[in-house]
Write a protein that binds this ligand. Structure first.
Ligand SMILES: [Zn+2]
Length: 87
């Protein structure tokens, strides 16, 4: 088990105890099941964040991936999101 996984379990348990069993996802706010939980860096490591518990939050693995997918690492998305419909 990695050090981060150990910290994740610790944070998960702490939050669950504080919020009476509910562990909200840092990204979407929904409850995260223990097996679906990943650690999210509140301030990304690339922006000077650290891996201390106070910079880490629980999120869904899916939300975590989506958030990182949205980060401007590949900032040339050619298709702008448009919901316009022709009337
Ligand atoms: Zn989520």
């Amino acid at each position: 088990m990695s050090k981060l996984a150990h910290i994740r379990g610790k944070i998960y348990k702490t939050v669950a105890r504080q919020l009476h069993g509910v562990v909200p996802c840092w990204v979407c706010g929904e409850h995260v099941l223990s097996e679906a939980a990943t650690l999210e860096h509140i301030q990304p490591l690339s922006q000077g964040g650290n891996s201390h518990a106070d910079n880490l939050a629980i999120s869904h693995a899916l939300c975590n991936h989506q958030r990182h997918a949205l980060e401007p690492a590949s900032a040339r998305t050619s298709t702008p999101v448009s919901t316009s419909t022709s009337i």
